[in-house]
Ligand binder design. Structure first.
Ligand SMILES: C=C(O[C@H]1C=CC=C(C(=O)O)[C@@H]1O)C(=O)O
Length: 398
């Protein structure tokens, strides 16, 4: 295994690197930040400027860190990391000391040729809450929806995994990437000795110059156990009125949030089906032309966040319902993970299909959008299927 060249005195924040798989192989937990998407692969090492916590808006604080890190050798530094669901809480974003870049993992012939087997896992699982507790929380959301105050709430649950042996985080990251090569695959230190790892199918914002893109996912089914069942689930999703309503709420909210920032917005008239290794989703990609060329990727992400893909509609009432009905702190889950540079270009994905891991523990998260007509048992099964993204990579048979 060849590690990318770096030394403790290295202060370069922009090195060209060609092999995406080599970046994945070089990932070291605790010191590194890894982010791979269909448009490229980043491996960041060390911290040159951390984004400070404070009263200023997050995009302003990230920009200050980027400006502080600018040097003659690195005229366009990049900040990379994760932002919690509550964006005013401390974030885990930093400008690294060294940044390696490569094209997309899927474009590297070496990628996926070496898949470390997950050794037989031994340990304990503790759901938070259990399936019955989650189903009754969904009932409580349905009751709130009947009051007419809300039209959608995304309700989540967690699953604590405790392993008898140390977790192999680089192996977990590789298995996530191999299972979902089209996803946004990430591993970033998220504070308190934890690492946030996952494979998110949902791009909240990509900004390149004046072009902004968001890929909106809402409405889901698990993948089937065989091709016939898989096709049946996909067909069910395509024709489900409840899922189409759940999806429309998200698209309408995103268009409303982007409208003031764009001279032009393009959206397909109907959602398409999009697949991950574990889930089918209804997906709509929206592209816009920015009116203000100075608005950054993160400022756009904050204008959209929290979308009805992770929170609900209307936002304040959905946030209240989440606070009252979920029994854990979301932390980074359903926040943002990604990068942005000093020009304001960047990619921020939703931190979903993820876990926060320590040496022997991982807290997995999964949520589902609840609208009128949702069935508590089906939403419980959907969140169970969403856990499988990380569970399979951990080698846990649920
Ligand atoms: C909140 C999650 O998924 C969101 C993203 C896509 C589809 C979703 C749904 O159909 O409910 C969720 O809104 C999660 O995976 O934890």
């Amino acid at each position: 295994m060849t590690a990318p060249p770096s030394s403790p005195t290295d202060v370069t924040t922009d090195r060209r690197y060609s092999a995406a798989d080599e970046l994945l192989r070089s990932y070291r937990p605790a010191t590194d930040r890894f982010f791979a998407s269909p448009s490229g692969t980043l491996l960041a090492r060390g911290v040159r400027a951390a984004v400070r916590h404070g009263p200023e808006p997050l995009p302003v604080r990230v920009r200050s860190a980027l400006q502080a890190a600018r040097t003659d050798r690195t005229p366009v530094p990049v900040a990379i990391g994760a932002v919690p669901f509550h964006v005013t809480e401390p974030c885990a974003v930093a400008v690294p000391r060294v940044m390696y870049r490569a094209p997309a993992l899927a474009a590297d012939p070496a990628f996926a040729s070496v898949v470390p087997p997950s050794s037989a896992w031994r340990g304990r699982l503790r759901p938070l809450p259990g399936p019955e507790g989650y189903a009754s929380a969904v009932e409580a959301v349905l009751e709130l929806l009947r009051s007419g105050e809300l039209s959608k709430v995304v309700l989540a649950r967690a699953l604590d995994v405790t392993s008898d042996r140390d977790l192999d985080l680089p192996g977990l990251l590789r298995r996530l990437a191999v299972s979902d090569p089209a996803a946004h695959v990430f591993a970033v230190p998220s504070g308190g000795g934890r690492t946030l790892l996952g494979a998110s199918p949902e791009l909240l914002v990509a900004r390149r110059g004046r072009t902004v893109t968001t890929v909106l996912l809402a409405g889901s089914r698990p993948r089937g156990a065989d091709p016939r069942q898989d096709a049946q689930y996909a067909a069910e999703l395509r024709t489900s009125d409840k899922d189409r309503r759940e999806h429309t709420i998200l698209v309408d909210a995103a268009l409303e949030a982007l409208h003031p920032h764009c001279t032009h917005l393009d959206r397909p008239p109907v959602p398409r089906l999009s697949a991950t290794a574990t889930m089918w989703h209804l997906a709509t990609a929206v592209t816009g032309t920015l009116a203000d060329e100075h608005i950054t990727a993160l400022a756009l992400a904050c204008a959209l966040h929290p979308t009805p893909a992770v929170c609900g509609t209307p936002t304040p009432a959905a946030q209240r319902a989440i606070r009252e009905l979920e029994r854990f702190d979301r932390g980074m889950y359903t926040g943002l993970v990604g990068w942005e540079d000093l020009h304001g270009d960047g990619e921020w994905a939703l931190a979903i299909r993820c876990a926060e891991a320590t040496s022997r523990t991982a807290r997995l998260f999964a949520g589902a959008g609840i609208v009128a007509g949702s069935c508590p048992q089906a939403e419980t099964a959907e969140t169970g299927a969403k856990f499988a993204t990380v569970l399979r990579a951990l080698g846990v048979q649920p």
